[in-house]
Design a protein around this ligand. Structure first.
Ligand code: UD1
Length: 371
């Protein structure tokens, strides 16, 4: 009888690290239905909710990221790191995985580091064009590193780095449906131009404020808006009468569980420029206005966005230009059907629908595991 595969997954902090891990796990599960998965994440972070919702088990460590804004807050960090390493070691020794996959974020550091010490092969997936600290630190010990951008050899060991694209959740590829059907399913009018606004997995205050300033214009123009606010601002926006007055035109959501449906319903998208968001937008091929998060490490979201802007596949407005340019740039897109068509076609260049499959192919081949 064939031995059941056991796979350790780790990545988290934000959706941009969690969802690629889930996508890879789902692809392995498709090929090995009885494989066992264990995720390791950080207590209190998004993965502790999203991973079980996707049907996988997760163990949380008491690890926190380095707080650049408040240095005093970091004094407990060494103790938390030590306790996380101890718990990671105990968990991994009990689970005995055949291999481990890390998708970045501080939560994955202790787990993957311990895995390498226990002689377990590790694989890394890096979503951004400027790699995160955890993946950079672990890369030397990894069996392979899969990137979403070409020419990453100066960050990771060249011989084990492959450019395959970002893994995105399967349903975002398979469940995209006709715009009219999606609008109907969401209770929206099929004849009205519909904008989907997403502020990354945590929501974005800049984007929320942009809408707040322009909310009456949505009604004036007779558009519809699906507005993901994130946890931080949801309550105050849901109580704002300026917004609730337009409830037939504005659907406010703290977090969108079914992104495929929301993407499908949109005529135009407003989005932060996180790496996974960009990869998904390339699959949906909907014209998009990107508002990169300027504080992302080394401004990598602006770099992500510029890749698309340079190919006329997206428009971009910086945080600092929101007041002057948000509505006017959005109007340029909404009012010009030819431009929308052109942007949609140009997005195709960035689509990598086979990324997840190819990453799993390479992992299995390098370990000589056959389905
Ligand atoms: C603040 C921060 O650290 N941002 C980083 C984080 O972004 P963030 O976590 O926002 O990740 P991305 O924008 O890359 O991806 C967001 C993911 O969340 C999903 N989603 C989003 C909103 C929602 O309501 N429902 C939902 O399911 C999207 O479909 C997508 O799969 O990871 C990215 C990938 O490493 C980085 O490029 C970002 O700079």
């Amino acid at each position: 009888m064939k031995k059941k595969l056991k796979i350790l997954m780790s990545g988290g902090g934000t959706g941009g690290h969690i969802f690629p891990a889930i996508a890879i796990a789902q692809e392995i599960q498709k090929r090995f239905p009885d494989a066992e998965f264990l995720f390791i994440g950080a207590n209190g972070k998004m993965e502790m909710e999203k991973v079980p919702q996707s049907g996988f088990k997760i163990v949380g460590l008491n690890i926190v990221g380095f707080d650049r804004g408040n240095l005093l807050k970091n004094f407990k960090l060494p103790f938390k790191l030590i306790s996380s390493l101890v718990k990671a070691r105990q968990t991994i020794k009990e689970f005995q995985p055949d291999f481990a996959i890390g998708t970045g974020g501080f939560a994955s550091g202790p787990a993957l580091y311990i895995a390498t010490h226990l002689g377990i092969p590790i694989f890394l997936q890096e979503q951004n064009s400027l790699p995160g600290k955890t993946n950079t630190f672990l890369a030397r010990k990894a069996k392979a590193v899969f990137t979403a951008y070409p020419n990453m050899g100066h960050f990771f060991p060249k011989t084990k780095t492959s450019f395959l694209g970002n893994p995105i959740r399967k349903n975002i590829i398979t469940d995209l449906i006709e715009k009219d059907v999606a609008k109907e399913q969401l209770g929206l009018n099929q004849n009205k131009l519909t904008i989907l606004s997403v502020g990354g997995s945590l929501g974005s205050r800049t984007v929320n404020n942009g809408w707040k300033e322009n909310i009456d214009k949505i009604a004036e123009k007779d558009y519809q808006l699906i507005w993901q606010t994130g946890k931080l601002d949801y309550k105050s926006l849901a109580e704002n009468s300026q917004i609730t007055n337009h409830s037939s035109k504005i659907q406010l959501k703290e977090f969108i569980a079914d992104m495929a449906l929301a993407y499908s319903a949109a005529d135009v998208i407003v989005s932060r420029a996180g790496a996974i968001a960009i990869s998904e937008l390339a699959m949906t091929k909907k014209p998009v206005l990107l508002i990169p998060l300027p504080t992302a490490a080394e401004d990598h979201q602006t770099k992500n966005a510029m890749n698309l802007v340079e190919k006329n596949a997206a428009k971009m407005v910086k945080d600092s230009e929101m007041s002057e340019k948000f509505w006017t740039t959005l109007q340029e897109i909404c009012e010009n059907e030819n431009l929308r068509k052109e942007m949609s076609e140009n997005l195709n260049f960035f689509a990598k629908p086979l990324a997840t499959e190819q990453i799993v192919d390479e992992i299995l081949a390098s370990l000589n595991i056959k389905a």
